[in-house]
Design a protein around this ligand. Structure first.
Ligand code: NAP
Length: 265
């Protein structure tokens, strides 16, 4: 017999659920008893996550959604309410990395696209779920930001700026919604092996330098999607009932130190 799950009876929306951190979060939430409404821009990837969570006995649906398009996000939340009559948790996790172009080669169109997905995707999600959560006077929202939003050196210019914007939007949304008992927090992952970071991992492995990946972290290693999912679960669960407006690094201690080259054994 299954023991009581930490999300029993809750309905959670997860964006970017087709891959990496979003998929790991979906599987963990499924194990903890949530009903899931999962979204991703990639149809087939979403189907695979749907298969995985259903194998956990989860009641779930998947809907192809581009979070950069407000009407699609609104429709996703409408679908969740139509299907399950409530939304307890929203994970704004979908994101794109953009390029690593030098400062002199910045492209305005790319900046707009990175902000449209990484920032506006979360804005649209919170905007369209807010009234429902306000009326019920409960809800937990977790945005996936990044260590790139705290320090430089972990992504391109537009990506880092978008993740910093997402951290501050997390705070302002938490202030707007706190009076309704709706909590808004963010996780800030460090280097995690996912589809997004595959080129970094492929390159390092090709050069025989896999051991160097994550070596500047205090824990001397990179992280897994499951380790980020565990932090998202905590912030989404009632265990975090007095935590709001916070951005939690999940980074092996990376942002805890000055990280000066040559200072580590
Ligand atoms: P991932 O494996 O690429 O998963 C992200 C998923 O979101 C992909 O399926 C992606 O599809 C999808 N997506 C992209 N744009 C979308 C859109 N407009 N609407 C809906 N879905 C969209 O990457 P991940 O590493 O798990 O990333 C999840 C989140 O963690 C992102 O916000 C990312 O910035 C953040 N993060 C990751 C790391 C890391 O080291 N991996 C570190 C810090 C923060 P496509 O593959 O087609 O883009």
């Amino acid at each position: 017999m299954r023991t009581k799950g930490r999300l029993d009876g809750k309905v959670a929306i997860i964006t970017g659920a087709g891959s990496g951190i979003g998929r790991a979060t979906a599987v963990l939430f499924a194990r903890e008893g949530a009903k899931l409404v999962m979204a991703d821009i990639r149809d087939e990837a979403l189907e695979e996550t749907l298969r995985l969570v259903k194998a956990e006995g989860c009641d779930a649906i998947g809907e192809k959604t581009d979070v950069s398009v407000e009407e699609q996000v609104k429709a996703l939340i409408g679908l969740a309410l139509e299907t399950y009559s409530r939304v307890d948790i929203l994970c704004n996790n979908a994101g794109i990395s953009g390029s690593l172009a030098g400062i002199e080669d910045q492209d305005a169109g790319e900046w707009k696209q990175v902000f449209q997905v990484n920032v506006m995707g979360a804005v649209f999600g919170i905007k369209h779920v807010a009234r429902h959560m306000q009326e019920r006077r409960c809800g937990a929202i977790v945005n996936t930001s990044s260590v790139a939003g705290i320090r430089s050196g972990a992504g391109g210019n537009a990506y880092s700026a978008s993740k910093a914007a997402l951290i501050n939007f997390t705070r302002t949304a938490a202030c707007d919604l706190g009076g309704y008992n709706v909590r808004v927090n963010a996780v800030c992952p460090g280097l995690i092996e996912t589809h997004m970071t595959k080129p970094i991992f492929d390159y390092a492995r090709e050069k025989g330098k896999e051991g160097k990946l994550g070596s500047r972290c205090e824990l001397r290693r990179y992280g897994t999607p499951e380790e980020v999912a565990a932090a998202i679960l905590f912030l989404a669960s009632d265990e975090a009932s007095y935590i709001t407006g916070q951005a939690l690094p999940v980074d092996g201690g990376n942002t805890a130190s000055l990280n000066l080259p040559g200072m580590k054994v």
